[in-house]
Design a protein around this ligand. Structure first.
Ligand code: KG4
Ligand code: ZN
Length: 349
């Protein structure tokens, strides 16, 4: 089956075409970061309006890139939640309407199911069951994945998501929005031992996380060490630059150690044979390295999506949609989005 996938849950318009025989045929992502960064975060109304402007040209462009016509599409999948309601409605309205106009089935996909299944687009994909570490801007969860639609949440953040902690700390360091990748880059030049960030909830049993304390700790260190340093100044003192990099490195190390330890605990408790990492923070090289070392020590298989499929994209939605449509799921003509939607409420196809 050949499926058009549409992702518009936040600030990326992602379009892709996945074919169950031939794999991914074409894929484009348009990022709205330039629109939102002056505001220091995503502005929902601007996001919806820009999805409207971009979605049809991107769909046409993706079809052209794959050398296909609309008659070649056999199903449509769109992100139905969770996410920003206006942004979701753009993708859902277009996706559902195209399915109707083209007389092919359409299905609404859970954004996090898309992320979870993204590593299955790689060569040597993991097989069910596996443990998934989902680390995005909005979620931090450890999930036992038994099969398509069979998800058990073993642990999650009780406050900030890990991507959110990266973004907030990056902002404190004057790195702009979203700053996760920039903070990771700065950390490469830092000494992680100069400051010692707390490892929240590490010494307590259980698999939940808490990351809001890290941002508070970072704010205190910044105030103590840098006072009112002007991060935008071109001539920032070398010592202040180094302190900034050291804070980034110590923050990142605390996050990576916490995530690694909880993955180890979850794998020991569940005896699942593989770990799949998904979501934007899965692009973090320090995390990839640390989990790589653990995988070697403990002998489990470790899977990541390619870097561009860690963050939001249409390919993961086309893929999840293809699995669900092939399993017989058919959504009716109602255009339904769910801004809040738990992974555990998904139906089995
Ligand atoms: O999955 P995603 O694209 O969007 C959501 O569904 O939330 O994740 C975005 C998050 C942002 O918080 C961003 O700062 C973070 O992923 N991120 C990173 C890196 N690349 C993206 N965090 C740490 N290191 C990175 N290399
Ligand atoms: Zn996402």
């Amino acid at each position: 089956m050949r499926v058009l996938g549409i992702e518009t849950s936040c600030d990326e318009t992602g379009i892709a075409i996945y074919d169950s025989q031939q794999g991914l045929l074409a894929e484009v992502v348009y990022s709205q970061i330039g629109i939102h960064s002056p505001y220091g975060g995503v502005v929902p109304e601007l996001a919806s309006r820009d999805h409207i402007r971009k979605i049809m040209p991107l769909i046409e462009g993706t079809l052209a890139k794959a050398g296909l016509k609309k008659e070649d599409i056999q199903g449509v999948a769109y992100t139905a939640g969770p996410g920003l309601i206006g942004a979701l409605l753009v993708g859902a309205t277009i996706g559902r309407s195209l399915g109707w106009a083209w007389k092919v089935p359409a299905v609404g996909i859970h954004h996090l199911e898309g992320h979870l299944l993204a590593p299955l687009l790689e060569p040597n994909p993991p097989r069910f069951p596996f443990l998934a570490l989902l680390v995005s801007g909005g979620h931090t969860q450890l999930i036992a994945v038994q099969g398509l639609g069979q998800y058990q949440i073993l642990g999650e953040s009780v406050d900030d998501a890990v991507g959110e902690a990266f973004d907030k700390t990056a902002k404190l360091l004057g790195l702009g929005y979203p700053g996760g990748a920039a903070l990771a880059k700065l950390a490469e030049e830092g000494d992680p031992s100069r400051f010692h960030f707390p490892r929240p909830m590490l010494n307590r049993p259980g698999l939940d996380f808490s990351f809001s304390g890290l941002k508070t700790y970072a704010a205190r260190v910044v105030a103590q060490e840098l006072g009112s340093a002007d991060f935008q100044a071109e001539q920032m003192a070398g010592s202040a630059m180094q302190i900034r990099a050291d804070i980034a490195a110590a923050f990142q190390l605390a996050v990576v150690e916490t995530l690694t330890k909880k993955c180890q605990r979850a794998l020991q408790e569940t005896r699942l044979p593989a770990l799949v990492v998904a979501g934007g923070v899965g692009a973090n090289q320090a995390l990839r390295q640390s989990l790589g070392v653990l995988a070697e020590q403990e002998g489990f298989a470790l899977h990541f999506p390619r870097l561009e499929f860690c963050t939001d994209n249409g390919a993961m939605i086309a893929y999840a949609g293809c699995l669900r449509l092939e399993a017989g799921q058919r959504d009716n003509l109602q255009i339904l989005v769910r801004p809040r939607w738990s992974l555990t409420d998904l139906i089995l196809p």
